[in-house]
Write a protein that binds this ligand. Structure first.
Ligand code: NAD
Length: 451
């Protein structure tokens, strides 16, 4: 099938590359000319495991192209994916201006033939009908007569860091539309994934496809992220209770996770959730609820608990070091999760802000972040390129991101380089006993200290 993906970020580029990999003819459009140039030369503008190689192979096979010209993409595509960003506005509502610009542009360039316009971006509930109207406005502006299209909501559930695996092995595919023709085309598009032709575990039953109306599909995306964020805020709240009563949250999580109604996933206590989706999506759902006269108190608490949790490492540092002014704190990791270079709304940024406000010197080492150009807040800190340089002269380390390589560090050596070998394990990721034996004062989240 002829596919056009508009917006080549973490979602759009992975979608485009994976659809090419399963045999479709894909053209990806981005309005960032520099990014397009980079991709045309065979390089990926983002880090995602396996992406660069798969991208190169599909370009080589002639199934994947890149352009900055929306007209070319719209004319060629039978299925047009909108995959641009929908960041949060200060009010918490979703900023839909990029989606609006793309929908208008699609309308202006619509040519003959039936098209399916797919909202892959996470858009506020009710956007499906709004996109239809904006496309029609664009059609009128473009003096065209082509209005042979339907709008579909096809929310994306991939996780950065395992985006390719998730695309080929999804838990479900949601298709929201009132048009049978559009639903049928979407099912054809995803057939190789549904039948697990490209899956890691081909013997599993077909991927469930849930066909819904537009509004329900849009709500599914927000409800899924709000539920996951709430589950993490829940265990973080339990961890704070554990800290006070002397229980170990990792054992508590194990104990409740064995209940199949609860399950083990998303029960790792730590310094809170972040990234480009959970914060903005939970806020947007609260905002939508308010717009429709409902006070979403549980979700507001999910957000507030997380806001406080992000600073829990500072409290723990203050308990040990007392005054932080003039102390040097080293951050192991910066990104909101491992295997990504995405720093959007990462808890590390709040921590940097608080620690520098308190007068601490902050250093950081992250395997994928080597330049302060990655985020303006990084100009306030010193970036190092290895754990030894990070530890040198530090009063304490804080583990922020569960990069696998952090489990393999020589902590005895790191302890010898520090002023005072203290580590706050912000993800309960390291071996508390081993770290203590290496000479560290190990402080976990919601866990008693090792004797
Ligand atoms: P991103 O910021 O990484 O990428 C957006 C891309 O769109 C950028 O390359 C930008 O240059 C391009 N763009 C902006 N305006 C454009 C225009 N007018 N024409 C063409 N290109 C344009 O965003 P992302 O993280 O890929 O997220 C995209 C959407 O998917 C968001 O709605 C997000 O909520 C949703 N989503 C993201 C994830 C994730 O893990 N990142 C997961 C599920 C859903």
């Amino acid at each position: 099938m002829q596919v056009c993906v508009i917006g080549t970020g973490y979602v759009g580029l992975v979608t485009g590359v994976c659809l090419a990999q399963i045999g479709h003819q894909v053209i990806c459009v981005d309005n960032d000319a520099q990014k397009v140039k980079l991709m045309q030369s065979g390089q990926s503008p983002i880090f995602e495991p396996g992406l660069a190689q798969m991208m190169a192979a599909n370009m080589e096979a002639g199934r994947l192209e890149f352009t900055a010209d929306l007209r070319v993409g719209v004319e060629r595509g039978e299925i047009l994916f909108i995959a641009v960003g929908t960041p949060a506005l200060p009010s918490g509502a979703s900023d839909t201006r990029y989606v609006e610009a793309v929908a208008r542009g699609i309308g202006q360039h619509l040519n003959g033939g039936y098209k399916v316009i797919v909202n892959k971006s996470t858009v506020p509930i009710g956007s499906g009908d709004w996109v239809r109207r904006i496309v029609l406005d664009g059609v009128a502006e473009g003096n065209s007569e082509h209005t042979n299209f339907d709008v579909v909501s096809n929310p994306e559930f991939l996780r950065e860091g395992s985006a390719i695996y998730d695309t080929f092995n999804p838990d479900r595919i949601v298709i929201g539309s009132s048009s049978e023709r559009a639903i049928d085309l979407m099912q054809q598009l995803y057939a190789p994934i549904v039948t697990r032709q490209f899956a890691q575990y081909p013997d599993l039953p077909p991927v469930p496809v849930l066909v819904t109306d537009l509004t329900s599909a849009e709500t599914i995306k927000y409800a899924a992220n709000a539920f996951l964020a709430t589950k993490i805020s829940f265990i973080n709240e339990v961890s704070n209770i554990c800290d006070r009563v002397g229980a170990d949250v990792t054992l508590v999580a194990q104990g409740i996770g064995l209940d199949t109604r609860i399950g083990h996933k998303f029960l790792q206590a730590g310094i809170g959730w972040g990234g480009s989706c959970f914060p903005k999506d939970v806020s947007a759902l609260v905002h939508t609820a308010t717009d429709y006269g409902y006070d979403a108190q549980l979700l507001k608490s999910t957000i507030e608990t997380n806001r406080q949790q992000r600073l829990i490492a500072v409290e723990k540092l203050q308990q040990v070091l007392k005054i932080l002014k003039g102390k040097t704190i080293g951050l192991l990791g910066l990104t909101f999760k491992p295997d990504t270079d995405d720093l959007r709304d990462a808890p590390a940024l709040d921590l940097i802000d608080r620690l520098t406000h308190l007068g601490a010197k902050v250093k950081a080492f992250d395997p994928l972040i080597s330049s302060a150009r990655s985020h303006p807040d990084l100009t306030k800190i010193t970036l190092t390129t290895n754990a030894e340089d990070l530890a040198m002269g530090c009063d304490a380390l804080v583990l922020i991101t569960e990069w696998q390589e952090f489990q393999l560090l020589d902590y005895t050596h790191l302890a010898s380089l520090m002023e005072r070998p203290t580590i706050v394990d912000g993800r309960n990721y390291l071996d508390a006993v081993a770290l203590t034996n290496a000479g560290f004062d190990y402080i976990g989240i919601g866990r008693p200290r090792v004797d």
